[in-house]
Ligand binder design. Structure first.
Ligand SMILES: [Zn+2]
Length: 287
């Protein structure tokens, strides 16, 4: 793929064919207020409108940005290919799969099938597009589509199916585990760019192509700190409630909060455009 050609298209602001329902205009990055401006300079009305969106994260809101029809088709075909790929390489390997290896594996297995050129353009554009366009203001720890998880730097966590980075992440997890025993579970650890793509596209699909809505629940590919250090915890036996605000009622949450382990990446009413995630443990650096 010719990166320079792609960037030109992206700079023109039409690469993804975003379509905002209301207001109709395509929001360019320079029009999007960075969070600190939102805090300092915007009127109270704008802030309360913003907070409403983040609190009612899984609903459509005025100003949300959607995929157009062409890219909606590519979202579906790419997502279906990711589903087949995950099934073929296995869930564990999929957490660590890098972009180039994913392409090789897809081409190797007829049951998955090679990614098409339009699909690759779609994925590349989505990765390099600035997420602020659709309302996600977080940092981007993985800057390149082809960034890899160094396999020597991760360990598989027994009984979880997940991996954690060596150093501070695994030490943090072990300390938590020592305090809470089998009551605490690791619900999500290291995620490659590919795994994040799969999760984000799946959420965008469930959201009817509403990228803003998807990004209120999940960091877009490249923007997730699961790529470099962070992880999610849950209360054993609590199932899907571990990913809802009900998690704050659990012993795991209360204990970790009391001990200062829950330095939250996405606190309540954060200005990054992300819902409150009390289960997400911010580790930051690995050393
Ligand atoms: Zn998380």
């Amino acid at each position: 793929m010719n990166r320079r050609d792609f960037l030109k298209v992206a700079a023109a602001g039409s690469a993804l064919g975003f379509a905002a329902m209301t207001p109709p205009a395509f929001a360019s990055v320079k029009d999007v207020p960075p969070p600190k401006d939102l805090q300092k300079n915007k009127k109270d009305d704008d802030l309360s409108e913003y907070l409403k969106k983040v609190r009612q994260y899984d609903e459509d809101h005025p100003g949300d940005v959607y995929f157009d029809e062409y890219n909606w088709g590519l979202l579906k075909s790419s997502l279906e290919r990711f589903v087949r790929l995950q099934k073929t390489v296995g869930h564990g390997n999929f957490y660590l799969l890098d972009f180039d290896e994913a392409l090789r594996q897809a081409a190797t297995y007829p049951s998955v099938g090679e990614f098409t050129t339009p699909e690759l353009n779609f994925l590349e554009t989505l990765f390099y597009e600035q997420a602020a366009i659709y309302g996600f203001y977080g940092e981007k720890p993985l800057k390149n589509l082809t960034d890899r998880i160094p396999l020597r730097e991760v360990v598989k966590v027994p009984n979880s199916g997940n991996y954690l980075y060596r150093g501070k992440p695994v030490e943090t997890w072990e300390a938590i585990r020592k305090i809470l025993g089998p009551e605490v579970i690791l619900t999500s650890g290291v995620r490659s760019v590919i795994k994040q793509f799969y999760l984000f596209l799946n959420k965008a699909y469930e959201s009817g192509g509403n990228l803003s809505r998807a990004s209120r629940s999940l960091a877009p590919p490249g923007y997730s700190f699961h790529g470099i250090s962070d992880f999610d915890v849950g209360q054993a036996g609590y199932g899907q409630y571990n990913f809802t605000e009900r998690f704050v009622t659990t012993k795991v949450y209360k204990t970790l909060r009391g001990l200062g382990y829950l330095t939250l990446r996405y606190p309540r009413d954060n200005l990054l455009g992300v819902r409150f995630e009390p289960w997400h443990i911010k580790v930051g650096s690995r050393v």
